[in-house]
Design a protein around this ligand. Sequence first.
Ligand code: TYM
Length: 348
Amino acid sequence: MPSHSVIFDNSYICGMSKQNAIVMSGIRPTGFLHLGNYFGAMRNYVKLQEEYTCFFMVADLHALTTHPDTKELKSNVHRVLAENIACGIDPDKAALYCQSHIRETSELYLYLNMLAYLGELEKTTTFKDKARLQPDNINAGLLTYPVLQAADIILHRATWVPVGKDQEQHLEMARNFVNRFNHRYGNVFPEPMAYNFGDDLVKVPSLDGTGKMSKSENQLATLYLADSDDMIVKKVMKAKTDSGPTEPNSTKPDYIENIFQLMRLVSSADVVLHFEKAFNECNIRYGDMKKQLAEDMVKFISPIREKAEDIRTNEKYLTAIMEKGAEKARKSASDTMHLVREAMGLNY
Ligand code: TYM
């Protein structure tokens, strides 16, 4: 049973008004950001910042679990910040900061590690995937990756976490850690939930129909926000198709559904409807469809690329933004850690 006073009641949080919601999310600086990062995460950041208290960060500590070489880290952190701003994050509205600048994260991570069990950490899908990819570097940081992520989120007592589908399990683990903490020490943390405007969490598929778009894998089948117009056209035109359906209203094969899904993200409703109809009537020309998709994709990506390119090398500007974001984040982190130390009885 909790031995310390209840700091607040979780039932209040369940009925919490939207106005009070705190939003938190992060992106690792492990490569170029892509369409999956945009539609899974950043599109939601941009909408949420208008109404809620938002904390968005570059997860440089998480990057160390897979990318221990820090030579490129600074420029990667700058790139992710620049791309966030180019996608519409307003550093005057949301706190935009770098994970390692908030030392309280590491303290909370340590406490949460005592509430995380080896068995559950070993079973995490992302751990198993990464361990397979780097058999010579299965480090403890990789194992406790979801614990650090939970610390990032609950450090601000956030309830909404805009992320893509691949992060669902990490959020479920964060809720488990929260419940264990609250049960043992008293209610300090609300339960965080994965968040998306719309019904389901998003998974943006790769162009070759195998898996999802990714920063480091499947690069020719991933559309990056930094891709040149020519590169975008080349990648889209190479997407796998076939000779088209022979029966009206057939089910789409996965690789065709993927092309439609990408089109739904960037093309107008009329355009999508036109190709849906052509598919259902068995007169679709995939060459035309890909040309249209490439054109709409270029229109979508090129302004982001150009804006990010302008900002990326402006170190003074980016440093000022990171510092301003860190100040806001430190204030919130220090308030939470005060409650945590009190609740845990570490107040002597
Ligand atoms: P990361 O850097 O892999 O991805 C950043 C965000 O992009 C989303 N995403 C996708 N969404 C849809 N389709 C895709 N193909 C796709 N690929 C990536 C991810 O779901 C994520 O929202 N562990 C996190 C970083 C993190 C974090 C946090 C997130 C660290 N601390 C605290 C939220 C809260 C990660 O690796 O994201």
